[in-house]
Write a protein that binds this ligand. Structure first.
Ligand code: SF4
Ligand code: SF4
Length: 342
């Protein structure tokens, strides 16, 4: 690991060595009691499964289902089904959400049904000033933009062929517009996915953006089984744990099929029903969902090949999270010390 040190006063090796794994409270509660809520805390709604990029780190290459846009009748049925439970709603799945031209009107429709936490993650290429205005007017609460570097080469390490200039201009204009509109409810978040090639650029991303956006989140490439990644920190495959994804959320795909996994199940192998015909509590904690969870929790991964290939249920998923928070803290210390020196 010695060749991945940053050229800044931040020792990546030291962080790796010293990091203890932090388990969130709800996860510890589940492991101690086995009790799971009747409905999920968050739901990902895939209004499109298409994308204009083909990033090497992305699982999309493994999609076997038809990639399409969510039909209106599926979208409306999903919102009406979820509304009584008000989970946190993310407009993400296996596509770039801003390719869905109906997205602002769909976000406004969800908002009119009482969802108060609405977010999306975008590659930023289509986040034009006009779309930014429309999303803010629609009531979006959090826009997360992927930015993986401080120049074209480092940004491309994650988002293959994405224009660094276009993305950064769009972030700048979103920041400006949100200030003009006094959009205090909006969080603008940058998500930096760490790769070997962009590791050294991470502190300078914090330097440039920390006082413009709400916060910067560091992220690792996960191995969900559909891509071969070249991880900065090796996955700890032998240490299997109950998958946190299966214990907190659902993902609704464009045709309404719903999977118990909100991260890696790109072809709905863990399908628990369809949101147009099954109520949310049945989808999340009904017989099919419990049977899948029981197999998973008893370690019977042979009957769940999608989980067997996936690092989501290894200790790495929490280890990376803890490590990412430490890197964020160190980068902010670096930013603050640079400000003092000035
Ligand atoms: S932009 Fe996002 S969804 Fe599209 S290929 Fe890249 S990582 Fe995947
Ligand atoms: S192990 Fe992977 S595929 Fe299985 S539920 Fe977790 S994230 Fe999804």
């Amino acid at each position: 690991m010695s060749d991945f040190c940053l050229n800044y006063p931040i020792s990546f090796e030291k962080l790796i060595r010293e990091n203890r794994i932090e388990f969130p409270l709800n996860y510890r509660h589940f492991v101690q009691t086995g009790v799971i809520a009747k409905t999920p805390r968050s739901v990902s709604l895939e209004t499109t499964a298409t994308c204009q990029l083909s990033c090497k780190m992305c699982d999309r290459g493994g999609i076997r289902r038809k990639t399409m846009y969510m039909p209106d009748e599926v979208f409306i049925a999903a919102i009406r089904n979820l509304a009584p439970y008000r989970p946190k709603l993310n407009f993400n799945g296996m596509g770039e959400p801003l390719l869905d031209e109906k997205l602002p009107e769909r976000i406004a429709y969800a908002g009119s049904h009482g969802f108060d936490i609405l977010g999306l993650v975008t590659n930023g290429l289509l986040l034009t000033p006009q779309i930014s205005r429309e999303l803010i007017a629609a009531g979006i609460r959090r826009i997360t933009i992927s930015l993986d570097g401080n120049d074209q080469a480092s940004h491309e390490s994650g988002h293959t062929t994405a224009s660094y200039q276009a993305v950064t201009e769009n972030i700048e204009s979103l920041v400006r517009i949100s200030r003009e509109l006094f959009a205090e409810h909006l969080e603008i978040v940058l998500r930096v996915t760490i790769q070997k090639k962009n590791l050294a650029s991470i502190p300078s991303i914090f330097m440039r953006w920390h006082d413009k956006v709400s916060f910067i989140k560091v992220n690792f490439v996960y191995q969900y089984g559909n891509v071969q990644t070249d991880p900065v920190v090796p996955f700890r495959w032998k240490e299997r744990i109950p998958c946190p994804s299966m214990l907190s959320g659902l993902m609704i795909l464009t045709n309404g099929d719903t999977t118990i996994c909100c991260m890696g199940d790109i072809n709905a192998d863990l399908r628990v029903g369809n949101v147009t015909s099954d109520r949310l509590d049945k989808l999340y904690s009904g017989e099919i969902a419990q049977s899948i969870r029981n197999k998973h929790l008893s370690g019977d991964l042979e009957s769940l090949p999608v989980c067997q290939r996936c690092a989501g249920c290894t200790i790495s998923s929490f280890y990376f999270g803890t490590l990412a928070r430490s890197i964020e803290t160190e980068c902010m210390k670096y930013v603050n010390s640079a400000a003092v020196e000035k």
